[in-house]
Design a protein around this ligand. Structure first.
Ligand code: TXA
Ligand code: MG
Length: 343
């Protein structure tokens, strides 16, 4: 199969690309679409055969559930059953963050095929704010199941060319809307309300652009990966988002001793000599995520692009500097930790 890339950078091209995407999706095909987080591989969420093509193209195991993207915020009730005790908080969060990079896990409605949720009784839902994505899903008038448009376990794509590198020849169409604005995947949460407690509990299953600090205003926030009882998060495997080159996260520069004869590349946060990483060895390549003072959202936008670039160098190991654990830094550290687990 030939994979076409359609640009969207003039009103005419945008219309043509949207029309083509809607035609393919209506016919039960998959299409790679931009979202504000990363590029997604979309199919009609109500068509199990179409969704099966996502799993096939990505070589994704059937136990890993997909995120369902709604045309509008008010469509939530078409795919999910919001428990009565969390209606007010879900409503507030949806009004504040949708369309945007926040995903809720909620009990699913019958109409969502089991293949979408990997047989779980819950469904993950969000509304994307990418203009091309919004036009496509609204014109289709049905929810779209869309995981990140990479091969399973690999780095999420933040550009059309990265999607092509991952899925060329496996999918018919990629819509190109330039670089993704957030650069890391949506924040996934599960909201519960214990009777008698004043505040709902917001469990962050995957940290993302909507931060712990943003969510604190709405309830008691728990981050699954930091929690003592480590809730089981489907699909969030220890090794994920990984380049082919081994990546090692070095929390302190003193923890790194280069081995003779080996070539290393550095994934640096600020490129600041005071951080102590630049001088550690004769790096074969350096990628700086946010030069200068270091801004976490800028680092998030560049993270997966930088990992792809360093992966091309053919070095023995990529060494990654840590970033601060607050704001979107929590999501960056989560991705770096998973990228650094041996697969
Ligand atoms: O930003 C994003 O969320 C991107 C764009 C394309 O929307 N999508 C994305 O999808 O990152 P994906 O498939 O790469 O990650 C989806 C993850 C699953 O691996 C799983 O961890 C979680 O969402 N998930 C989906 N359904 C779930 C459920 N019912 N319960 C718990 N977690 C669920
Ligand atoms: Mg993914």
């Amino acid at each position: 199969m030939t994979t076409r890339i359609l640009p969207t950078d003039s009103p005419e091209l945008f219309d043509i690309a949207v029309r083509e995407a809607v035609n393919l999706l209506s016919a039960g095909e998959v299409v790679a679409l931009p979202t504000e987080t990363v590029y997604g591989l979309a199919a009609d969420a109500t068509n199990a055969d179409a969704v099966a093509k996502i799993f096939e193209a990505k070589e994704r195991p059937s136990f890993d559930p997909l995120i369902v993207h709604l045309p509008h915020r008010n469509d939530l009730g078409t795919v999910a059953e919001v428990p009565e005790d969390v209606v007010p908080v879900i409503d507030k969060l949806a009004r504040q963050f949708w369309p945007g990079p926040l995903t809720f896990v909620l009990p699913k409605k019958e109409c969502v095929p089991d293949i979408v949720t990997a047989g779980l009784p819950t469904v993950a839902v969000r509304v994307s704010r990418d203009p091309a994505f919004m036009r496509v899903v609204r014109a289709l008038g049905r929810p779209l199941a869309a995981p990140s448009a990479n091969r399973f376990g690999s780095i999420s794509p933040t550009s059309a060319s990265a999607v092509k590198a991952e899925l060329d020849g496996r999918i018919p169409l990629i819509l190109d809307a330039g670089g993704a604005h957030c650069g890391v995947e949506s924040t996934i949460i599960k909201v519960t309300q214990e009777p008698g407690k004043p505040k709902p509990t917001i469990l962050i299953l995957r940290p993302g652009p909507v931060t712990r600090e943003d969510l604190k205003l709405h309830g008691k926030v728990i981050v699954a990966s930091e929690s003592k009882d480590r809730p089981d998060v489907p699909g969030q495997l220890p090794s994920h988002y990984a380049p082919r080159t081994p990546l090692r996260l070095i929390e302190n520069p003193e923890d790194f001793t280069p081995e003779p004869g080996k070539r290393y590349a550095l994934l640096s946060y600020r490129g600041d000599p005071d951080d102590g990483y630049l001088e550690l060895t004769d790096w074969a390549g350096i990628h700086i995520l946010s030069p200068g003072k270091g801004k976490l959202p800028e680092a998030a936008v560049r993270l997966f692009f930088a990992m792809r670039q360093l992966d091309q160098l053919g070095v023995d190991e990529i060494i990654a500097e840590p970033v601060n654990d607050f704001g979107v830094g929590l999501a960056i550290m989560d991705r770096l930790r998973r990228a650094s687990v041996k697969h």
